[in-house]
Write a protein that binds this ligand. Structure first.
Ligand code: NAD
Ligand code: UDP
Length: 325
């Protein structure tokens, strides 16, 4: 039988955080969802509000907070380039000060704490696919640095609290993940392409569309993170969680057009600075230690995401920042 715990999910009303909260509530845990609603939607967690084991707190992780918990999923941080570049200083504060506050809470409570890190810590990688042992190729002063370097410092803080204060940490490096509840105006490639196709607008390809990404469906991702948090074999990561299926952005656009049946054109736009050329996870460690690998292929996950996008009213969503296509 699962041991029931008091679990905090920071960024719990966001895309991935809300799915994590839902999984934990359904397993019977006492879940506190903490969010400042920068990029979140209340509708992501509205269905959980009536549950006796779910609580929602509006709070900013850059400020201290005192709670009593057994586990912390630390997921608060804007994740889409248009969101994290809107206020880059706030983004880095969220990663650095937010991690210090949550690590302090974990230390005080003796809680286990998991960091939602990112494949972005590899930057524009010179090694392909990327294993966890690769230290990355990151610009320290570019437009993406607030996010990339913020997460790199967060990983450092997690390991230093672990070594110095014996805090029980876990670090997951998440590769591009998609699925229902992505914000339709977050500017990420999957949400952009699906929204554009449904609305009959041209699909915006940045650069030549030859850059690659590897897309993981949200159910696979949530399962991987859950396994890492609850692994008792002493494996703390960092571990890549992502789908090794690698696609060019142009291939993704063509697949979205095929699955939606949209009659839309591709429209080229300038490639944003420091846009990584290739990205693909090496998931050897996840397979070995977590017995995890993704199960949902891109066309199936995209179809489910398209169905969800068709079911929502876009007028109920506003872009959180002006930085979107
Ligand atoms: P999201 O923007 O939907 O979720 C982030 C959540 O954090 C939002 O609910 C937002 O309101 C909240 N938040 C932001 N700043 C905050 C602050 N200062 N205090 C409290 N709450 C704050 O994005 P997501 O895709 O769900 O990402 C969740 C986490 O996973 C992030 O930490 C992100 O870096 C990481 N991640 C996601 C992906 C992906 O492909 N989705 C890839 C790599 C890493
Ligand atoms: N991209 C694109 N058109 C869009 C949005 C994004 O061609 O409308 C490209 C972007 O330049 C990048 C890839 O898609 O090469 C993934 O972008 P996203 O913002 O989803 O994530 P990240 O760059 O952080 O992986």
């Amino acid at each position: 039988m699962t041991k029931l715990r008091r679990v905090l999910v920071t960024g719990g009303a966001g895309f991935l955080g809300s799915h994590m909260c839902e999984r934990l509530v359904n397993e019977g845990h006492d879940v506190i969802c903490l969010d400042n609603f920068f990029t979140a939607q209340k509708s992501n967690v509205a269905h959980l509000l009536g549950r006796p084991n779910f609580e929602l707190i509006r709070h900013d992780v850059t400020l201290p907070i005192f709670l009593e918990v057994d586990q912390i999923y630390h997921m608060a941080c804007p994740a889409a380039p248009g969101h994290y570049q809107f206020n880059p200083i706030k983004t880095i504060k969220t990663s650095v000060m937010g991690s210090i506050n949550m690590l302090g809470m974990a230390k005080r409570c003796g809680a286990r704490i998991l960091l939602a890190s990112t494949s972005e810590i590899y930057g524009d990688p010179l090694i392909h696919p990327q294993p966890e042992s690769y230290w990355g190729n990151v610009n320290t002063i570019g437009l993406r640095s607030c996010y990339d370097e913020g997460k790199r410092v967060a990983e450092t803080l997690f390991m230093d609290y672990h070594r110095m204060n014996k805090v029980d940490v876990r670090i997951v490096r998440i590769f591009n993940t998609y699925g229902p509840r992505m914000h339709p105006y977050d500017g990420r490639v999957v949400s952009n392409f699906i929204r554009q196709a449904i609305q009959g607008q041209p699909i915006t390809i940045f650069g030549e569309g030859e850059q690659t990404r590897s897309f993981c469906y949200r159910d696979d991702l949530v399962e991987g993170i859950f396994r890492l948090m609850n692994n008792e074999d002493g494996f703390i990561g960092p571990v890549n969680i992502g789908n090794p299926g690698e696609f060019t952005i142009r291939e993704l656009a063509e697949l979205v057009i095929q699955l939606t049946g949209a009659k839309v054109k591709l429209e080229k736009r300038p490639l944003p600075p420091d846009d990584p050329t290739r990205r693909q996870p090496d998931i050897t460690l996840a397979k070995k230690h977590l017995h995890w690998e993704p199960k949902i292929p891109l066309n199936q996950g995209l179809q489910q995401t398209i169905d969800w996008f068709r079911s929502i009213d876009f007028d109920h969503y506003r872009p959180p920042t002006p930085n979107f296509v």
